[in-house]
Design a protein around this ligand. Sequence first.
Ligand code: NDP
Length: 330
Amino acid sequence: MSSFKALRASEGADGRFTTMVVERNIDDLPQGEVLIRVRYSSLNFKDALSASGNRGVTRQYPHTPGIDAAGVVAASSIAEFAEGDEVIVTGYDLGMNTAGGFGQYIRVPAAWVIKRPQGLSLREAMILGTAGLTAGLCVDKLEQAGLHPDAGPILVTGATGGVGSIAVALLASLGHSVAAVTGKAHQGEFLTRLGASQIVDRAALQAGGEKPLLKEQWAGAVDTVGGDILFSVVKSLQRGASVACCGLTAGTEFKGNVLPFILRGVNLLGVDSVELPLVVKASMWDKLSLQWKIETLEDLVHEVELAQLPAEIERILGAGQVGRTLVRLD
Ligand code: NDP
């Protein structure tokens, strides 16, 4: 079998981008040591940027997005991987300028490929996907900076989104008290089911935005939205607390001042899940499969097939994402 189905994003003569499911040929995939039959992928905010023509993510179209893939090795030119091995690929150039996981096959360098950890199925791995890996890295950075469960409430912004919902579930499962910030007041029950003990309205978090410092409230934070919300978080951290910053849905820039840093000793920790050395990714996957295994994953996922992705992409671009969208590639 040399042809397969893939979602292709292309630019029309009017400059508008559309996505549709097409037949592709394995011979058209880029060079690489490992050919993988993808079983599951997932939808991340970055995939929607790629699918809608964001040149900061993807330079050339037509293109198959999908920064996540989990599947079975179909062919390998190196001994480390054999036909039939179950594997995971996330990040690096997958789905950016390399045909990604929204296709039934990918071909990638072996340096991007991780063997599926025993404690996770391929399906569970893609419910987590880049969002789960990122949430895990955020929590890990906070722990390295001294966070512990009895320190007080931890704030998670963009809480209903992919990274946010997994961060809520992971922190709650580790015994933290979680305050979930959302613009979706009607999703309080969803967040409570994942383990949030407090729901914070996004607008309320930004109240007093012009003040140089806000009341010390949070023992730590995972910020998935960036922009001025990030600085509101920085200004309301407890003395010595940290925020892990990983996202930009509210914007890439924020206005700020140095007072929270020099008067309260708070820390702004950057998190990148894309270009991390493979060994660091593998160690986080191991953690997410064992001691950090999240038991509420099924509560935060809905499953779609390729043909349903265009509507899902519109939804995530419109800030309407709730939990994780798992993509099944039958
Ligand atoms: P989602 O779209 O799933 O979640 C984002 C959530 O942010 C939304 O559901 C919404 O949650 C909130 N939000 C959306 N728009 C705004 C806005 N204008 N102002 C404030 N809040 C908003 O995205 P992902 O979880 O996939 O990704 C989150 C961010 O993290 C993205 O910017 C993504 O690019 C980045 N990211 C970075 C990674 C890294 O390695 N650093 C890896 C993975 C993701 P609610 O309605 O509950 O407030």
